[in-house]
Structures are given as C-alpha cells and as structure tokens.
Design a protein around this ligand. Sequence first.
Ligand code: SF4
Length: 218
Amino acid sequence: MLQQTTVQAVLPYFLKFVTRWPDVTALADEDEEEIMKAWAGLGYYSRARNLKKCAERVAREHHGLFPDNEAALKTLPGIGDYTAAAIAAVVFDRHAAVVDGNIERVIARFTRLTTPLPAAKLAIKEHMHTLTPAERPGDFAQAMMDLGATICTPKRPACALCPLRDMCAVSGLDEAELYPVKPPKNTRPVRRGAAFVAVATDGSVLMRRRSEKGLLGA
Ligand code: SF4
C-alpha cells in the first residue's frame, strides 16, 4: 500500500484491510472483486491484484506463512528487490541489504559516489551490504531510512546533526546536494490521446474499466 503513497493516506485502508482480512489465508479466500472495492480510492490497482495473488501463493505454497529469505520472497507477486530485502531484514532478522530512495541518497553521499543513478544502484547495494551489521540488520535498515528522511534530506541536509558525519566522505565539503549524481536529462516523449464521454438520453454515463496493463492500468 505504501508504494508511492503516504502513510497518512494508507492508514485507514490498512486498518480496514487487517480488520476485514486478519491473515493471509482470509485474503487468499476472498473474491478479487471485494478486495478491489475495498481498495477503491487508493489508486495503482495492480498493487491490490498483486496482494491477492501473493496471498494465494503464500496460503497455497507456504502454509500461510511468508518465506523467511530474500530469494524465496522475490518469487512472490508484487515483491521486488527492495520489499524482499526489507521483509527479510526487518521481520526475519536476515543480513539483507535494504535500499530505498532515502538510503540511496545517504550511501551516494557517504561514499561520494560519482557514478550517476541508475547505473550506481548495484554499487550502492554492495556498499549497503558491507555496512549492514550481522546483528539487528532490520533496525539498521530502518535507521538508515529514517536518517535519509529526516537528516540527510535531498535539500540542505543537516550534517551537523548526523551520526555519520565523522565518517561521511562529503561531510564539511558543502557538496552533499551534488549526490547522488543525476544522469543527463532525456527529452520527454509527447503522448497524445482522445477522450469520449457517452451519455444516454436519460443522463446515465457509459462506464468501461481500463485494461489492467498500460498507462493508468485499472
Ligand atoms: S554527513 Fe551529511 S551528507 Fe553525510 S550522511 Fe550525514 S547528513 Fe548525509
């Protein structure tokens, strides 16, 4: 739910979901239509479909319990590199390198990484792997995310307050904002479309669900 959506927007939906479907098996057994209705308003509907497919796989193939390692988690619908690492580290205490946008920024500055994103992603993941301690890797990942969100911010990072300042490669250089290095901008493609509204004589409007794939897939 939190992919590209704020905690504030997600909270009422999350509470509604966990009250109505308190475990993975309950969600797996529900009709997809009911889940889509409960999701209405949150957007990016592919997330809801993946949630349902993931619940089905976990219920059917893993006896209702999530697998405890990154490789197995990544085979589940809707779970990519970041989510698999986050679940493995935070829930199962595995030594997994969790990299979100905030951590990307912290590591790029901490190591003064001159490779632009996205080419730098692999190097950032490797650095994060090296930095992640064997003990409490989940707490470390969450601390790094919070550091990026509150101190090592995109603009005007508060280096004076940063617990990493004595080890950070850009600390005191007044150049933190130059990292992560951005790739040269591509010109944006222009897309054109046409929209029609079909209204019957009684005022009712024809509705058609968008296809699941493509721009703004439903
Ligand atoms: S010292 Fe500054 S640039 Fe370096 S990690 Fe901390 S906040 Fe970010």
